[in-house]
Design a protein around this ligand. Structure first.
Ligand SMILES: *Cc1c(COP(=O)(O)O)cnc(C)c1O
Ligand SMILES: [Zn+2]
Length: 561
């Protein structure tokens, strides 16, 4: 029979997992960690067995705090795909960027992990009523699992929470209570209500279940990276020892901090089992308007000062008082490396657009913050090009934040007015559509990095009527220019065969082509002579090793007149 104890992270007192506890009975510490007696576990055999187990997070049941499998409430959560990024990775200059797609959970965020473990544990303990405070995703996930478990849920939301999220919790039968106040105030009120009524589930970091649930992401990532053929791992000792592969980085946007704390614990357990040989660094991202951890880290402090009035529209990340969670993350980063960065709401929205248009992944704003932070870490060189990076793609778009798209996001044609007869005004509609395509601008992009070229094309197409042709070498590019007479040529300098310099020379010496504006984008170190020559020939010279983003595309399209 499996044996689980809770251990106080402060005084190391151990208590059996037999009832719900609010903290350490001896010193009052609120964070307890689950400890498993795994002396009987044959790691080798366990790993072989894993291959045959169902693909949800309960495949790691030996290290989860449920004693009787019959109490497990599951909707098939966990085992989400680890998707290799191509276009976005190329634009950031990263070779091994992986997206852990937590959107694909039963309620579309990684809180499903927490819900399955927490609600199963409560079922095992015989609890019938639960109170939770949430900015949305936790309550939605708990509401779904509580419905299955027959447990009543009282969910408290701060007013910043989008109505769509509250409605979803209500659909699952949860009581929905909207509080006009901050998230921290909402938590306090919910705790008071719970003290009288029932059990307060969401103690944030204080919840054992949350940490245990989140750590399954570490187990999955290590298993999935090991199976990934794309990372060349030629180290013979690693292969011989049949180690699992830990990433160099785990990146996530953080509010309460349970995700990375749990993932850190997971990697630590794997390390202690001898299954991995390194600990990943943590990249923690917060919203600039609510970044107590980033503030503290930048000042070298191990304790964070709470933010009283978070200034962000991103409700999911509005924990102003991170409490003990920051101390744990600070310790982790001190021991194993990592960093804390912040990104503004606007940067998050832009990152959301770039991700959707480059890799086809649409995320909620909190996850946009993660990617905006990733961009900064890659651009500043904190993350190295060869590093294996895993990003927690923590939640889905629902609902698409108004601010993510500009006002021209659709074109409308009205078929209902003017004619009431059987004939639709088809002629008018077709000619309107044709006019639209006549204003299309043609662009030729010459760039030998296929992913970068495609990303430029996608970002331009997303901006409006641009028809973008790609060439991956100069000779093909020149053919395209001659055939298409584009409104703009964008070229790299270093290309196989006919290089960028030769391309520019030929266009500029051809009377029929010489008026076409040319933009050069290059990472090449230029000599003074090259620079002078280029400045005479081309309209714009962009020297960057940096990213291909909307700002760049904005600069490009202004060159078309
Ligand atoms: C909860 C949540 C976060 C923040 O996670 P924590 O680890 O609790 O700080 C980020 N993104 C999404 C989508 C979330 O639901
Ligand atoms: Zn204690």
């Amino acid at each position: 029979m499996k044996h689980v104890e809770l251990e106080c992270i402060n005084c190391r007192t151990r208590i059996p997992l037999t009832k719900t506890v609010a903290g350490c009975p001896r010193c009052g510490e609120v964070i307890l960690e689950a400890r498993y007696d795994l002396s009987d576990l044959n790691v080798k055999q366990w790993r072989r067995e894993l291959a045959r187990r169902p693909h949800n997070l309960w495949r790691y049941r030996e290290v989860l705090p449920i004693l009787n499998p019959e109490n497990i409430i599951s909707l098939g959560e966990g085992d989400t795909p680890l998707i290799k990024s191509r276009a976005l990775a190329a634009s950031l200059g990263l070779k091994n960027l992986y997206i852990k797609d937590e959107r694909q959970g039963p309620t579309a965020s990684f809180k499903d992990r927490q819900a399955t473990v927490a609600i199963s544990a409560l079922k095992e303990l015989g609890v019938e009523e639960v109170v939770v405070a949430s900015t949305g995703n936790v309550a939605i996930a708990y509401a779904a699992y509580c419905a299955r478990a027959g447990i009543k849920l009282w969910s408290f939301f701060p007013s910043l929470t989008p109505n769509e999220k509250m409605r979803e919790a209500a659909l699952y039968g949860a009581e929905v209570i909207k509080i006009t106040g901050t998230y921290d105030q909402t938590k306090e009120l919910a705790a008071k209500f719970a003290a009288r009524r029932g059990i307060f589930l969401d103690r944030g970091i204080k919840s054992v279940a949350a940490i245990e649930a989140m750590k399954t992401m570490a187990y999955e990532i290590a298993e999935q990276l090991t199976e990934s053929v794309e990372i060349s791992d030629n180290d013979p000792t690693r292969q011989e020892q049949q180690l699992w592969r830990a990433p160099d980085w785990f990146i996530q946007s953080v509010s309460g901090g349970m995700g990375p704390i749990g993932v850190g614990k997971g990697f630590r357990e794997l390390y202690d089992f001898g299954i991995i040989d390194r600990m990943p660094k943590l990249g923690i991202v917060q919203s600039t308007g609510c970044a107590p951890m980033v503030e503290a880290f930048e000042h070298g402090q191990s304790i964070a000062t709470p933010v009283e009035n978070p200034q962000t529209v991103i409700a999911t990340l509005a924990t102003g008082n991170p409490g003990r969670a920051y101390e744990l993350l600070y310790d982790y980063v001190s021991d194993y490396g990592g960093t804390f960065v912040s990104a503004s709401d606007q940067e998050a929205f832009e990152a959301t657009r770039v991700l959707a248009r480059s890799d086809g992944i649409s995320v909620e704003p909190a996850t946009g913050v993660t990617f905006a932070g990733l961009f900064k870490m890659a651009q500043s060189g904190v993350i190295k090009p060869d590093d294996v990076v895993v990003v927690n793609c923590s939640g889905h778009t629902l609902p698409v934040e108004l601010e993510i798209l500009d006002e021209q996001w659709h074109r409308q044609f009205d078929l209902s007015t003017r004619t009431h007869g059987p004939t639709l005004p088809q002629e008018g509609l077709i000619s309107a559509l044709e006019q639209m395509s006549q204003t299309t601008r043609r662009v030729v992009v010459m760039e030998d990095n296929v992913d970068a070229a495609r990303l430029i094309r996608r970002l331009m197409q997303a901006r409006g009527a641009y028809e973008v042709s790609l060439a991956h070498d100069g000779a093909t590019g020149l053919e395209l220019v001659r055939a298409e007479r584009p409104d703009l040529v964008i070229t790299d300098l270093m290309m196989p065969g006919v290089d960028g310099f030769a391309v520019i020379e030929r266009i500029k010496s051809d009377p029929e082509l010489q008026q076409i504006p040319i933009v050069v984008i290059t990472a090449k170190e230029l000599t003074a002579r090259e620079r002078v020559w280029l400045n005479e020939q081309v309209d714009l010279l962009l020297q960057k090793g940096g990213s291909i983003d909307e700002e760049l595309v904005e600069t490009l399209v202004t060159r078309i007149e």
